[in-house]
Design a protein around this ligand. Structure first.
Ligand SMILES: NC(=O)c1ccc[n+]([C@@H]2O[C@H](COP(=O)([O-])OP(=O)(O)OC[C@H]3O[C@@H](n4cnc5c(N)ncnc54)[C@H](OP(=O)(O)O)[C@@H]3O)[C@@H](O)[C@H]2O)c1
Length: 243
């Protein structure tokens, strides 16, 4: 049976939200070492402490990487050496609501979510049997008003996973496409704005609520463990396409 036992799992974006849940679920699946990386040294340190507090078997480590900078990503890949699975959940907060933003803002969304994992794919040393799992979003199949940039980023990622599945074969490349997930991503919003956003979005779903990070993490674990799936996307989005 396919397992993550003693597999090296790297989660770039693992200091919070979905990435943190993937790191925890990997430890619960006996992966070791589990390495989380993101841009803030302090957030990485705190996340490593939170993971260790679960007292699970497995080595946990933190790394700092600035996903807007390809040299920083290449440095990280060099420090990691050979690994089994890399999960990319890093995502910066970008205010790019159509039409009122400068092109640089839109490019910033691509820098972290598209060019970041692209650089990883060019440089990572993934062992046979391993995989790369990227992160998309529901704008590909159901763009909300003003979200053209996000529809474009996710569309580019949809192409990227299939292109990389061919270029990196037999290393597998897949993606998870989460819907609305209650994470630290929304923490900067005033609490009443966040509540309204969650309520309005939830009303549009078949499953009338936001997802929890642990629910989304299960799809990443499946994509790492199943050795016969590549070039695919799993939508874990509360049924937004059918609502
Ligand atoms: N939550 C949702 O509803 C939802 C829905 C669909 C898609 N997504 C996508 O899923 C991904 C994860 O979202 P989330 O909700 O888990 O968000 P989150 O809790 O804010 O996590 C984002 C992660 O990205 C890291 N990050 C941000 N900028 C970075 C940079 N320049 N370099 C390296 N790491 C960076 C953050 O750590 P540092 O701050 O330490 O860098 C953090 O670990 C994002 O791409 C998001 O757009 C989220």
């Amino acid at each position: 049976m396919s397992t993550l036992e003693n597999k090296t799992v790297v989660v770039i974006g693992g200091s919070s939200g979905i990435g943190f849940a993937v790191a925890l679920a990997s430890l619960q699946s006996f992966a070791s070492p589990v390495i989380i990386a993101s841009s803030s040294e302090e957030r990485v340190k705190k996340a490593v402490e939170r993971l260790k507090a679960h007292n699970l078997p497995g080595v946990i480590r933190g790394e700092v990487v600035d996903a807007t900078n390809s040299a920083s990503i290449k440095d990280l890949i060099g420090r990691l050496g050979e690994v089994d699975h890399i999960v990319w959940t890093s995502g910066n907060k970008v205010n790019a609501h159509f039409p009122d933003f400068e092109p640089e803002m839109g490019r910033a969304a691509f820098d972290v979510r598209f060019w970041g994992p692209f650089t990883v794919a060019q440089t990572a040393k993934i062992r046979p049997g391993g995989s790369l799992v990227l992160t998309m979003g529901p704008s590909l199949i159901r763009p909300q008003p003003t979200m053209s940039v996000w529809a474009s980023v996710t569309g580019a990622l949809d192409g990227l996973i299939r292109g990389l599945a061919v270029d990196l074969a037999p290393i597998r490349v897949n993606a998870v496409s989460p819907g609305g997930v209650d994470t630290e991503f929304f923490d900067d919003l005033p609490s009443n704005t966040k509540d309204v956003l969650l309520k309005n979005y939830s009303d549009k779903l078949l499953i009338k609520r936001f997802g929890q990070p642990e629910e989304i993490a299960m799809a990443y674990i499946f994509l790492m463990k199943c050795g016969y799936i590549t070039g695919q996307r799993i939508d874990v989005d509360g049924g937004i396409a059918l609502a």
